[in-house]
Design a protein around this ligand. Structure first.
Ligand code: SF4
Length: 252
């Protein structure tokens, strides 16, 4: 059993995927939101709860009707409409600048040209927008256009580091590439890997006090080995094997 802790990072990454896929269940790849909504909502979600992000989005469209209205709105009024987000005064001008650039380049509020672009070109275009980093760009390309990219947020990064899928000094930014190289270039696998590790970080591998005794990854996780020693047969047998919805709903 101790040998599992010494597995190469790529094998840990695959094992993590297989186990969490079984635990949370494979996801439906159907895009959850329209492309423009995915982009703007992801921007609104920075350091903001899912509920507050949705509230901001709904209030913005209620106040200004459509993207044309959002673009034409006084920036202070837009900031007021999205006030449930973390940085409304920063995000409001960013949203308007993004809308302005898309309309100027495409003649309409659409991102559908990204479906035909190579991944690198799409990432470059998106990350040139104000406030759009690699994570947001990857989320849009993966969720909306099923491109083979891997978004890495703080939850995915924390789980990957503790388990030993990436080294202790690999940054969130760098982890996008390192983890991607360890996984098949299959959008469905990448979508599941992202969401499952995100949920795992949110509900089990907490930042301050990870719930290691209830974790399915304890048999090969470096953090577990360092804090508890090799997982015993009893510890492994006591681990829940399916997500218990009583512990919280899974949202993204
Ligand atoms: S064993 Fe603990 S540290 Fe490792 S992934 Fe699970 S909850 Fe996180």
């Amino acid at each position: 059993m101790t040998d599992a802790y010494a597995l190469p990072p790529a094998q840990k990454t695959w094992q993590d995927h297989v186990i969490l896929n079984e635990f949370f269940g494979p996801l439906d790849p159907t895009p959850r939101r329209a492309p423009m909504r995915e982009l703007i909502s992801t921007l609104l979600s920075h350091r903001t709860t899912h509920r507050d992000e949705e509230l901001a989005y709904d209030r913005m469209l209620e106040a200004f009707t459509d993207w044309e209205g959002v673009l034409a709105a006084p920036t202070t009024e837009l900031a007021h409409a999205i006030r449930t987000t973390r940085w409304p005064d920063t995000q409001a001008p960013r949203i308007q600048e993004i809308l302005r650039r898309i309309k100027a380049e495409q003649g309409a509020f659409t991102l559908d040209f990204l479906a035909d672009w190579p991944v690198e070109k799409g990432l470059e275009w998106l990350t040139a927008m104000p406030g759009i980093g690699l994570k947001t760009a990857s989320l849009v390309l993966l969720f909306t256009y099923q491109k083979p990219v891997l978004p890495v947020d703080v939850h995915v990064h924390r789980v990957a580091q503790r388990v030993g899928m990436i080294g202790p000094k690999v940054s969130v930014e760098k982890a996008h590439q390192v983890l991607l190289e360890q996984l098949p270039k299959d959008a469905l696998v990448l979508l599941n890997f992202h969401k499952h590790n995100y949920w795992h970080g949110q509900h089990v591998c907490f930042f301050a006090k990870p719930d290691c005794p209830r974790c399915l990854l304890k048999g090969f996780c470096n953090y577990y080995l360092e804090h508890y020693g090799p997982a015993t047969a009893e510890a492994l047998a006591a681990t829940p094997t399916h997500w218990d919805s009583a512990r919280g709903t899974l949202q993204h």
